[in-house]
Design a protein around this ligand. Sequence first.
Ligand SMILES: [Zn+2]
Ligand SMILES: [Zn+2]
Length: 273
Amino acid sequence: MRLTILGSGTNVHPTRAAAGYLVQTDQTLLLDFGPRTLMNLIKTGVDRHRITHVLFSHFHADHFSDFITFFFDAMIFTKYQGGKRPPLTVIGPPGTRSLFKTLFATLPGFSRAPFGVTLKEVDDRPFWIGRTKVLPRRVTHSPRLHCLGYRLEYSGKVLAYSGDSQYCTSLVRLCGDADLAVLDCSFPANQPGPVHLHAGQCGQVAHEAGVGQLILSHFYPIADQYDVKAQAGERYEGTIIVVGYSPSSRGSPPKISINLVRRDILTGSSSFA
Ligand SMILES: [Zn+2]
Ligand SMILES: [Zn+2]
């Protein structure tokens, strides 16, 4: 299982793309598809037309908006450029079907894609995509939103992704004994904000869940102004990875690509995220 972080920021951030994660198992999947992550996907060299499943945590724009550009591009590719692509499955919480049906019925040309499109609503029940097991779990984010975290299991390795979440026992269960957890670190512990974790809580979740490694992601600009790694480390003794930009690395925000075939980190290279 390989995870490539396409974006570790939020909706409007000066240096980071918003939420988006490429997961490669026996499948090529995306977790969320926020603004600026499509260009980062292209930079990975992975053929975007091989993406078969997009799993959304929820539909705040910072997790969603590049899907529209991606889908429009897929239609041009298949309709006018002789391209072929496999069917696409869009997965998300309750409400996914009505949202996409409305989008496809409203945006010009979207209803006539020459490839299969399946809409799938999920809620706390495991399912399989090929040999990749996916467990969605509702987490607590904004009061009226159904937000999912995802737990992916493949070939003996486990990746947990919080989506957007506050501290909640559901999130701790989602992350239980995961080899790697990617958590919403919107705020520094000394300046917490609403409906998201802060760095100290990320450490708390990682500690309580017993995860192998912790990735801090989904940064608001304020989180870049403090040592969130040290803050998370007050509660969590394992390896902590802070994706991308920090004040000391301004100008060369790294992309990070992690291979979970082995438990250790193999690569962390070049620019973006
Ligand atoms: Zn959100
Ligand atoms: Zn978000």
